[in-house]
Design a protein around this ligand. Structure first.
Ligand SMILES: NC(=O)c1ccc[n+]([C@@H]2O[C@H](COP(=O)([O-])OP(=O)(O)OC[C@H]3O[C@@H](n4cnc5c(N)ncnc54)[C@H](O)[C@@H]3O)[C@@H](O)[C@H]2O)c1
Length: 333
């Protein structure tokens, strides 16, 4: 990851190189995060002008690979700061709103901040946008709560965690504005900012580090998507906004609806010495145990490209290189 912007793009974005160049400014809140840094690299590669707006909770390292790109501007700011947001919003054609306190543990730790950032900031953004501007929001499958059977976009949102509740409230406001809400599966894979608190990344890390694992709720069904495919979904939404506006879409891959046990078994195929046992306790406050249909977005033409196997393979290559300090920051502690 030490090369120049072209080297990085070549390494991470080969399939996108043929995409048409466009002149269009995209403001990405949370652009220095796990998903945001991948998305910004992709947008720059595709010829968009990009403004990253981020308070850099995880530092600026994730955007160093493309800092200095002629189409990139970077603003350090808080999405809750309406005065600053009001000054920045007129600069863009599209706002991709990713900035958030992400995941239920982080939201439980700082509940007031979670509501401020995840819910109230979205309302501030929506009320300051012009009707011609595009608003694309990073939502989550956590909005569904515990669902029996398969979730479609018609399934009622009954979020169980504060994280899911704040995201569901935000979505309402985005859809009220006429924007697009992308309800993503749990992401996995390598990005410029790494996260080890995501299920596949975490389980792979534990398999490498400890060689054994005590799995709880192994029968729970979860749904996954590579972070590169998530970035492609946002690009897809920018390009197909007119046929998506005012609606929510599940973003993932039908083939990546898997039980936690199936994920661990896939990891075992890549790390043969790794063993696991199963525990029957009910630890996960999010209680996500569901299957999700991704047919609505698929009908419009979006398909994920990355497999779980390839994602685990890349994790197996890089995770042994992580120091304790790397791990601490990637676990968001
Ligand atoms: N990663 C996943 O599996 C996943 C799944 C579904 C939805 N999402 C959503 O995607 C988005 C991005 O998630 P991520 O995994 O990249 O998380 P992340 O924590 O890596 O990125 C979040 C970014 O937002 C920034 N941020 C936080 N508070 C801010 C504030 N007040 N003002 C400005 N910037 C702020 C952080 O500095 C960080 O760069 C989030 O909205 C999340 O809810 C993620």
């Amino acid at each position: 990851m030490n090369g120049d912007a072209n080297t990085i793009s070549d390494a991470f974005l080969p399939a996108e190189k043929k995409l048409q160049k466009e002149s269009h400014t995209v403001l990405v809140t949370g652009g220095a995060g796990y998903l945001g840094s991948r998305l910004c690299a992709l947008l720059l590669e595709c010829g968009y002008k990009v403004i990253i707006y981020d308070c850099f909770l995880w530092g600026i390292t994730p955007i160093l690979p493309f800092l200095g790109h002629p189409n990139l501007s970077v603003i350090k700011g808080d999405v809750c700061d309406e005065t600053q947001m009001k000054a920045v919003l007129p600069l863009c054609d599209t706002i991709v709103h990713l900035a958030a306190i992400v995941g239920y543990p982080a939201c439980v730790k700082e509940p007031e901040l979670a509501v401020e950032v995840n819910e109230l900031a979205t309302k501030k953004i929506a009320r300051n946008l012009k009707p011609w501007q595009q608003l694309i929001f990073a939502s989550t499958g956590s909005c569904y709560g515990a669902v029996k059977g398969t979730c479609t976009e018609e399934t009622p949102l009954v979020p169980l965690s504060l994280y899911g509740k704040t995201k569901a409230e935000s979505e309402k406001c985005v859809l009220g504005f006429g924007g697009v809400a992308l309800r993503m599966a749990t992401l996995f894979g390598v990005s410029f900012r790494m996260r080890l608190d995501l299920l596949v990344n975490d389980l792979t890390y534990q398999a490498i580090e400890k060689g054994e694992l005590n799995l709880y709720q192994g029968w729970f069904r979860r749904t996954f998507l590579h972070v590169k495919d998530a970035a492609r979904a946002f690009l897809f939404a920018i390009r197909n906004y007119d046929s998506m506006k005012g609606e929510a879409f599940n973003v993932g891959c039908n083939e990546l609806n898997l039980t936690k046990r199936e994920v661990v078994q896939k990891i075992q195929q890549k790390i043969p010495d790794f063993t696991f046992t199963e525990e029957q306790t009910d630890k996960d406050q999010d209680k996500r145990d569901y299957e999700v249909s991704y047919n609505k977005l698929r009908k419009l033409g979006f398909r994920a490209r990355e497999s779980l196997d390839s994602g685990i393979e890349e994790l197996v290559q890089i995770l042994p290189l992580f120091s304790e300090a790397d791990v601490r920051i990637c676990k968001n502690v």
